[in-house]
Design a protein around this ligand. Structure first.
Ligand code: NAD
Ligand code: GLY
Length: 357
């Protein structure tokens, strides 16, 4: 097992990474404050991993909340299911929520923990590549609204992140590729060596070779932990973690939640961000070609969905959380391994980009 730390003063926590960690119950138990423990998961994940986790918690008053599976269920209504289950069992402030699943379960469980009785313990056990390299770390929690992705939520850090790399064995190929989009993101924004390592090792990553996946997860978590420690609430540098996300969130919202996976939308969004960077003379054409090549090689989309009209798309981007008074913020590239937060992109540049001129 390898352990990294997210250094946030009294909110610091460990990220444990290793094969078979679901069977190491002590990693969970050491963070529990009482006998009351609630695992939140979904109908796909429960049959795969809940029995193992349950077997580690036999001494506890265990509540299991099994939600429907899908991005379209990342809603306030679904949150109510969690709250009602906790209240029916008289779970108190000292209880702990455990998120067992991908980013949808993690984001919702974290948000539920942030508001149930004004804040309770929670632990992340991410089971998708995307959630292991990104969403379980850093404390962003929340749900979607019809008008915008992740628009209602809170910053709320877990007590621990426990990454059992063996859970990836059952992950469908499309979901693995979606997770690779976020892995690729870390190389592009902040770590050129990692970028070229990913490029060289894509066949191993796509084949779920365990050593390669573990290295990719550890490096991604280390990148994220350092950025979050420097800027927990995204006052500045943390925004670079959103490379491709302004475009990506608009794709997800426009297409209907769950039609394009988050990682797929981010992948196409990163190519658009590179195209915009080229248009604004921040990078050379070869950098755009490099970004497109690695994303394509990972089997991810490099263009917008055909049916998306640019007017709706721009309107949705104006609602992005990073937009201030109608002015959109973009994360652009200055090279492979270096990103910048750019606030003064003119609408005309965006319209030119989307019209393909
Ligand atoms: P997801 O949670 O929908 O999981 C993808 C699918 O894989 C689901 O059907 C799930 O049931 C299934 N699954 C999960 N683990 C499995 C396993 N081991 N084997 C087989 N099937 C498994 O999607 P995701 O990609 O994990 O997360 C996407 C969500 O994360 C989005 O809502 C996105 O907004 C959010 N996100 C949040 C942050 C953050 O910082 N909080 C960062 C990135 C993404
Ligand atoms: N996924 C972006 C962030 O955590 O800040």
């Amino acid at each position: 097992m390898q352990t990294l730390h997210v250094d946030l003063g009294e909110r610091s926590y460990p990220i444990h990474i290793g094969a078979g960690l679901l069977s190491q119950g002590h990693l969970v138990v050491e963070h529990l404050k009482s006998k009351q423990v609630c695992v939140v998961t979904n109908t796909t994940i429960a049959p795969l991993f809940l029995p193992t986790l349950r077997s580690q918690l036999t001494d506890f008053d265990l509540l299991e909340v099994i939600l429907p599976d899908g991005e379209e269920f990342k809603t306030l209504d679904t949150l109510s299911t969690i709250f009602d289950a906790l209240l029916e069992r008289n779970f108190s402030r000292s209880c702990t929520l455990i998120a067992l699943g991908g980013g949808v379960i993690g984001d919702m469980t974290g948000f539920a923990a942030s508001v149930y009785q004004r804040g309770i313990n929670f632990i992340q056990i991410p089971t998708t590549l995307l959630s292991q390299v990104d969403s379980s770390v850093g404390g962003k929690t929340g749900v979607n609204r019809p008008l915008g992705k992740n628009m209602v939520g809170a910053f709320y850090q877990p007590k621990a992140v426990i990454i059992d790399t063996q859970t990836l064995l059952t992950l469908p190929e499309r979901e693995l590729k979606a997770g690779l989009a976020e892995v690729i993101k870390y190389g592009l924004i902040n770590n050129q060596d990692f970028h070229y390592w990913i490029k060289a090792n894509l066949p191993k990553l796509l084949a779920k070779q365990s050593e390669a996946l573990t290295y990719a997860i550890r490096t991604s978590c280390a990148e994220k932990a350092a950025i979050v420690a420097a800027d927990e609430r995204e006052g500045g540098i943390r925004a670079i973690l959103n490379l491709g996300h302004t475009f990506g969130h608009a794709i997800e919202t426009a297409m209907g939640y769950g039609v394009w996976l988050h990682g797929e939308a981010v992948a196409a969004g990163m190519v658009l961000a590179a195209e915009l960077s080229l248009q604004l003379c921040r990078i050379e054409p070869k950098v755009l070609a490099e970004v497109r090549a690695v994303i394509e090689a990972a089997g991810l989309p490099v263009t917008l969905p055909e049916q998306l009209d640019s007017k709706t798309f721009i309107q949705l981007m104006r609602k992005d959380k990073k937009a201030e008074q109608g002015q959109m913020t973009f994360i652009l590239l200055d090279s492979v391994g270096k990103a910048a937060v750019v606030r003064d992109v003119e609408s005309a540049s965006l319209e030119r980009l989307l019209s393909g001129d």
